[in-house]
Design a protein around this ligand. Structure first.
Ligand code: FES
Ligand code: FES
Length: 178
């Protein structure tokens, strides 16, 4: 029987290589030039191209919050946005929060309150907590819980995460109403 390969049918690519674009992302204060296909998510650009693996991939479908980063100070699920859409924006990942050896107050609070177990959700939880406070929407403990509800923790460290967020929130002028 004649093989398909002998006809040359498999010698040529069926389609050409995907087109890529040169894009520049501002991540943690530095400009990074990347050559990306237009459908690469911000999450994959951070992890696979910039090797910033602090941002975690959980569901890749906007349902777990593990991939949360800050864009212009607002938290977003980086799996749900395309890298190409974030050109010109100020992207901050967990790697960009500490100033040298000095941790961000939210990182310190998570450590002090034991707000993690395996730690997989932690970068997203911390970015989300920082975004929550800067958004200024929470007025009560229930609202903090509600606004953090997009960040799933399989280990169930929610009580300690809440304590950490409340501490920083109060230090920044938040008034806890139960
Ligand atoms: S990986 Fe983005 S929300 Fe789960
Ligand atoms: S600490 Fe393990 S998933 Fe949250």
């Amino acid at each position: 029987m004649e093989k398909i390969a002998e006809k040359g049918a498999l010698d040529k690519p069926v389609v050409g290589l995907p087109p890529t674009h040169t894009i520049t992302l501002r991540v943690n204060g530095s400009e990074k030039k990347l050559q990306l296909a237009p459908w690469v998510s911000l999450l994959d650009a951070l992890r696979e191209y910039l090797h910033l693996t602090g941002t975690k991939k959980g569901c890749d479908h906007g349902q777990c919050g593990a991939c949360t980063v800050l864009v212009n100070g607002t938290r977003i699920n980086s799996c749900l946005t395309l890298a190409i859409m974030e050109e010109g924006n100020d992207i901050v990942t967990i790697e960009g929060l500490a100033k040298g050896d000095e941790l961000h107050p939210m990182q310190t609070a998570f450590i002090e309150h034991d707000a993690y177990q395996c730690g997989y959700c932690t970068p997203g939880q911390i970015c989300s907590a920082i975004g929550l406070i800067s958004e200024g929407k929470a007025k009560t403990t229930e609202e903090i819980k509600d606004l953090m509800s997009g960040n799933i923790c399989r280990c169930g460290a929610y009580t300690n995460i809440l304590a950490a967020v409340q501490e920083v929130w109060q230090k920044e002028g938040g008034d806890i109403n139960e």
